[in-house]
Design a protein around this ligand. Structure first.
Ligand code: NDP
Length: 292
């Protein structure tokens, strides 16, 4: 199958690299130098403009939100052959993604909302989890392509369902990260060694991705690598708020997490999402660092 990949950000670059190993892959990026570097490193073919995409069977996209996807789809949609499948790995608004699906359907292009989980490490390893909403028959056609980027592909329901699951997942990530930061700052202030506390929690009922991976690998080490920008997490928590509202769920916990995360993104700008832990540390005057 011929593949096009649109959007070579932190996720798109490694995903498109894995695709280029298995399929003839054309890449496009808003900043063309990124696509040219991708060609040099991974042998992908560069499209300098959206109008220049060759005929393809599958279009993959990974852009900040459904708004950018809609803008790109308005340009690319009319150029695609009927029967093309568009696999959108963006984490976007379920209702916005349904609009993109309707727009592409007018060109007989099937749109799947297919956001991913697993971070940049999972993208590099080709072991992402993909949650897919839309037409299941279209999904079956592109499963071989998804196998190049994912270890786990789960069909979750009609158009927009993948986006909804992703938003709720990331709201849970934000909630557990804030809670873990507060708990670990308090334990450090109480004189507990953070490594020892995280070892206990890691094999106990309070564990989460935050306590098992993010805090031990990125906070205690003070590494704070840039992998997933805080404004993108804030966007996802906001989207989850809408999913809850649509379902008639008041969401008092989530509303608080949404406010905290939005305020942190305002204060820290494009910092990595794990840096929100520093705000909790600063407020308490305690760093989650090993005892010397
Ligand atoms: P990045 O910020 O690293 O990359 C964003 C990409 O979108 C770049 O290719 C950028 O191009 C492009 N872009 C930005 N604005 C526009 C625009 N107006 N028109 C066209 N292209 C545009 O984001 P990530 O790769 O981290 O995230 C992409 C999506 O994946 C987001 O929805 C995010 O929530 C989701 N996600 C991210 C994860 C992560 O760990 N990073 C994990 C799972 C999901 P340019 O190079 O020109 O700036």
């Amino acid at each position: 199958m011929q593949v096009a990949y649109l959007g070579l950000g932190a996720m798109g670059r490694p995903m498109a690299a894995n695709l280029a190993r298995d399929w003839p892959t054309t890449v496009w990026n808003r900043t063309p130098a990124v696509a040219e570097a991708h060609h040099e490193a991974h042998g992908s073919v560069v499209a300098l403009s959206l109008e220049e995409l060759p005929p393809v069977d599958v279009v993959c996209s990974c852009l900040p939100t459904d708004v950018e996807v809609a803008a790109v789809a308005r340009v690319v949609g009319p150029t695609l052959a009927p029967g093309t499948v568009w696999v959108d790995h963006t984490s976007g608004d379920p209702s916005g993604s349904r609009e993109v699906a309707r727009l592409l359907a007018t060109h007989d292009v099937a749109y799947l909302d297919a956001p991913v989980s697993g971070g940049t490490a999972g993208a590099a390893a080709g072991t992402l989890t993909v949650m897919v909403g839309g037409d299941e028959e279209a999904l079956d056609r592109v499963r071989p392509v998804l196998a190049s980027v994912a270890a786990n592909v789960v069909y979750v329901g009609p158009a927009g369902a993948g986006m909804a699951v992703k938003a709720v997942n990331n709201a849970l990530l934000a909630t557990s990260l804030w809670a873990a930061a507060e708990g670990m700052v308090a334990l450090t202030a109480a004189g507990v060694d953070p490594d020892a506390a995280l070892e206990v929690i890691g094999s106990s009922t309070g564990r989460s991705f935050a306590t098992q991976t993010l805090l031990p690998e990125r906070v205690v080490t003070r590494a704070f690598p840039q992998s997933f920008a805080l404004p993108l997490l804030a966007k996802d928590v906001g989207l989850a708020g809408r999913v809850l509202a649509d379902g008639g769920v008041e969401g008092r916990v989530l509303r608080l997490v949404e406010q905290l995360t939005a305020a942190a993104a305002e204060e820290l700008g494009d910092a990595d999402h794990v840096e929100l832990v520093k705000l909790v540390e600063r407020a308490a005057g305690v760093e989650i660092a090993p005892r010397r």
